[in-house]
Design a protein around this ligand. Structure first.
Ligand SMILES: [Zn+2]
Length: 287
């Protein structure tokens, strides 16, 4: 059986993490290097000349021009925190390395903090991750599809039109060979108006969108994107259509192999974010 490259991709081991970020000094140095990679820059006036001093266990920078005193954590989610930086860093590591998310309860056990602290830590980190991604626009080749989460209540219709599921759009930016680069998931109703609004914030005008025949997807052109729409019908065969494998008609065997990898990678990516392809329909995703 072949190895799934997405699932087997190299991560940062706990041993390597502790080696890099196991002490307050190492974490502090990492924040300084990230915030001021070319040396101190005053957040007030942009000046670079400064002196430093310690007060109440904190390291301060004082701008020589405007006399502003600041720590490296001012203006970040770390500002005024009472938690050690090692706890923040461990929280970031656990939250970003786990395949299936980390509960606040699990986050409480590893650094040994109270549940409420772990819950706040998790939500603050998720909030800044969400803010960071909010401005990202998918560009180049983008596969989109309708997806559905939930459905624990018995009865009702399955898939699209289900009363029990939450509908959202799943969009994946890929290379021309179909390798996934970025995933965007957004809860929305499948109407032309909602798709047009989503496209304006989440798609670059130069994006090339590939989708099945769901009528409302045509609204992505409102954002300037090119839309390649393919009516698939149902059945497993439609999942193998060239339009969804990013493989040109006269593809070489290498490209065809890349294409199969791309399909598997896309499915793995979808699986990683908690979505699986419904085996009865090529274009649908269900949780
Ligand atoms: Zn200044």
């Amino acid at each position: 059986m072949g190895i799934n490259k997405v699932q087997f991709q190299k991560g940062l081991s706990m041993a390597a993490f502790m080696e890099r970020y196991g002490t307050e000094e190492k974490c502090h140095a990492a924040v300084v290097a990230l915030r001021w990679p070319n040396g101190f820059v005053c957040p007030e006036c942009g000046g670079t000349r400064h002196c430093t001093f310690e007060s109440k266990g904190l390291h301060y920078w004082q701008c020589s021009a405007c006399r502003e005193q600041t720590t490296v954590m001012c203006g970040t989610i770390l500002q005024a925190t009472k938690l050690p930086l090692t706890t923040w860093f461990l929280g970031m590591h656990l939250l970003t390395q786990a395949k299936n998310n980390v509960s606040a309860l699990e986050l409480k056990r590893h650094p040994g903090v109270r549940y409420k602290t772990a819950w706040l830590l998790k939500h603050k980190l998720m909030h800044v991750m969400s803010e960071r991604e909010a401005s990202r626009q998918l560009d180049g080749r983008v596969e989109i599809d309708d997806a559905y989460l939930g459905g624990e209540l018995p009865g009702g219709k399955s898939g699209r039109g289900s009363e029990n599921k939450v509908s959202f759009i799943a969009a994946v930016q890929t290379t021309d060979n179909g390798h996934p680069l970025f995933v965007c998931l957004k809860k929305l109703e499948f109407t032309k108006k909602a798709i047009a609004a989503w496209a304006k914030t989440s798609l670059a005008a130069s994006a090339r969108v590939v989708s099945d025949g769901l009528w409302c997807f045509t609204a992505v052109t409102d954002a300037g994107a090119v839309h390649e729409r393919t009516v698939t019908g149902g059945g497993a065969a439609s999942a193998k259509m060239e339009q969804f494998t990013a493989c040109p008609p006269a593809a070489s065997s290498t490209a065809r192999r890349d294409s199969r990898d791309a399909t598997r990678n896309f499915q793995a990516t979808a699986s990683k974010v908690g979505i699986r392809r419904c085996k009865h329909s090529a274009g649908r995703f269900f949780a």
